[in-house]
Every structure is written in structure tokens, then in C-alpha cells.
Design a protein around this ligand. Structure first.
Ligand code: ASP
Length: 325
């Protein structure tokens, strides 16, 4: 019996030995970060800033691979199947916690297919419209949308995206269904909003701040409790007439399940340094957000947060009756 246990232990050690040896020299080549949305959108923006800074610490380049579609679930599935060697990472947002409630079948497990590395930032959302949309504030918007529900269109990044979640909460609150137009990310959705091909969108401030500031889109409200320093003239949903409407889009960094602990530790350390990098902090501030406090940029906090968010959103999604096969 003893020798059987010993043999099992020896072969387990032999199996993980190459991974551990690699972990000691990690990283010795370029790291790919899968972002499950199109380039140019808010998740992509956060990823590129953090990747640039982490790359300086790790002395290796982190490159972004945009794998958009199906609200982030295509990119998540790809990341879950990647080799667990630290050379493929995954940066996703709140969608990691809403997909299990929205999709009847997923080819990955939101918790068990990944190793958490750390939380990155909580980004406010903004409810916006094409620049010539005929409603000057939220009250007028609600009246217009209810009266014209068959012709108003709402852009999102697919079922499971943050823009979908915000739109779902909005439509549920006003008991009005709008025609949704899904994109591979809100980068391309913003282009269509600027081109006046769609009417409304609710998206992270990291994608909307500069367009709001330059007057290229109309902004009705922010989804935080208090106004944003970067957009002081925009009321909160509460002030504008929709009390209790609050969403913050948290972002986290993951690796595929089985990535060696020393690798996760060095990534987590590099993430913490990135979140204190003045360049990252300044760019985040310009875009209406800030990095999470250092104590939250850890694997343990991300894991606990993900679980709590799945528990929070699943019943809300079920109640709204939103789901996909
Ligand atoms: N903001 C998008 C969303 O709705 C995703 C993106 O393009 O980053 O989830």
C-alpha cells in the first residue's frame, strides 16, 4: 500500500516537474492576454494599460488577443482550454459572473476552469444615446422609449456583456423591451452609435468618457451612487429619476486552471505593481475609474468576489427571464 502511494506521488511529481521547472524561469517569452471583446472597447482599453505595465515588471511583452462574441463566452471558453503554463491569461469583467445564469450550457466553468490572479478595477457605466436622439434628459428618454418602443434600438456586446446587463436592468425597470443590436464588443458598437445607426447604449466610462466630453454622444446618467469626478455634469441614475439603479463593472485577471502557483504569484505581484503605476492610475482617472486597492488585487479576493457576484446576479437574471442556449 505504502509503495503504491509512493509510486503515485513520484509520478505526480514527475508530471508536474516540467511545469515547475518552467515556473522557475518564468516568463521567458511573450505572454498572450485573451480579451473576450473586440479591440478598441473598454475591456480592451483596461487590458492594454495593465498589460503594458505588467510587461515592464515581468520584462516580457504581454500582447492582447481579442476574441469577441457571445457576450464574452467565446473568449472565456478559449482561455479555459489554453495550456496552463502562464503564457495565456484572460482578462474579463462582470460577465464572468453573469454568464452562468444567462447560458444554459457553457463549455467551461466560470469558477473551476480558471486560476484567479486579482481584481483590477470597478468601472462605472453611463447611459448614452446618439448625439441627435430626441430626448434631453432621463425623464424625456423614458417617455420617448415607452412611446416608441418598436423603433428604438439598443446596442450591446451580446448576451453576457456588461452592456447587456445594464440594458436588461433598464428594460426590466421600465417594463419595456427594446430591439437589441449585438456586437463583438462595445468598441464597434460605439462606432455605430457615432454613425447614428443605433440609438442607445449603456457602457463603461472607459469607453464613453471622451465621446461624452466632446459632445459626440448624449449622456443621461452614470450608474454609480455619486457623480464621477471626470464627468461632473452628468447626474446619477438616482438623481435623474431611476432610484436604486446601480452597476459597477469589475474586471479581473485569470489564468487557465492548473497554472503553477509560483507563476500565479509572480503575475499577481506584477498586477499589484501595475495598479500603482502612475501611468495606469492617470489613464484610469481620465476614463472615470481607478485601480482597486492593493489588498483587493489578490487571487483570494477575486475568487471570493466572483462567487459572491454569481450568487448575486443569477437570481436577478432568472427573474428577468433572460437566457440563451
Ligand atoms: N463593454 C463591453 C460590454 O458590454 C465589452 C467591451 O467591448 O469591452 O461588456
Amino acid at each position: 500500500m505504502k509503495s503504491r502511494i509512493l509510486t503515485a506521488l513520484v509520478s505526480a511529481a514527475a508530471l508536474s516537474a516540467p511545469l515547475l521547472a518552467q515556473a522557475q524561469t518564468y516568463p521567458d517569452k511573450t505572454i498572450t492576454v485573451i480579451v473576450p471583446f473586440a479591440a478598441g472597447g473598454p475591456t480592451d482599453t483596461v487590458a492594454r494599460l495593465v498589460a503594458q505595465s505588467m510587461g515592464a515588471t515581468l520584462k516580457q511583452q504581454l500582447i492582447i488577443e481579442n476574441v469577441g462574441g457571445a457576450g464574452g463566452t467565446i473568449g472565456a471558453a478559449r482561455a479555459a482550454k489554453a495550456a496552463p503554463d502562464g503564457y495565456t491569461l484572460f482578462l474579463h469583467h462582470i460577465g464572468q459572473s453573469t454568464a452562468p445564469g444567462l447560458y444554459r450550457k457553457l463549455s467551461y466553468d466560470a469558477i473551476n476552469s480558471f486560476e484567479p490572479i486579482g481584481l483590477i478595477t470597478d468601472v462605472p457605466m453611463t447611459l448614452i444615446a446618439r448625439e441627435d436622439f430626441p430626448a434631453k434628459d432621463l425623464k424625456e428618454l423614458l417617455a420617448y422609449v415607452k412611446a416608441n418602443k418598436d423603433k428604438v434600438t439598443y446596442a450591446n456586446a451580446g448576451l453576457g456583456s456588461a452592456s447587456h446587463l445594464c440594458g436588461m436592468l433598464f428594460m426590466t425597470a421600465i417594463e419595456t423591451d427594446l430591439t437589441t443590436v449585438p456586437y463583438k464588443g462595445t468598441g464597434p458598437a460605439m462606432n455605430d452609435l457615432l454613425g447614428k445607426q443605433v440609438d442607445l447604449m449603456c457602457d463603461q466610462s472607459t469607453n464613453t468618457t471622451s465621446q461624452i466630453k466632446s459632445g459626440k454622444v448624449k449622456a443621461y446618467a452614470v450608474t454609480t451612487k455619486t457623480r464621477l469626478g471626470s464627468l461632473p455634469a452628468i447626474p446619477t441614475m438616482n438623481e435623474a429619476g431611476m432610484p436604486g439603479f446601480e452597476v459597477a463593472v469589475w474586471h479581473g485577471l485569470y489564468a487557465p486552471k492548473g497554472t503553477p502557483k509560483p507563476v500565479i504569484d509572480s503575475l499577481s505581484k506584477a498586477l499589484k505593481i501595475a495598479l500603482k503605476d502612475p501611468m495606469v492610475k492617470q489613464r484610469f482617472a481620465d476614463l472615470g475609474t481607478e485601480p482597486v486597492a492593493e489588498a483587493r488585487a489578490t487571487p483570494e479576493v477575486l475568487q471570493a468576489h466572483l462567487k459572491a457576484e454569481i450568487d448575486k446576479w443569477t437570481p436577478i437574471i432568472k427573474k428577468a427571464g433572460a437566457y440563451a442556449d
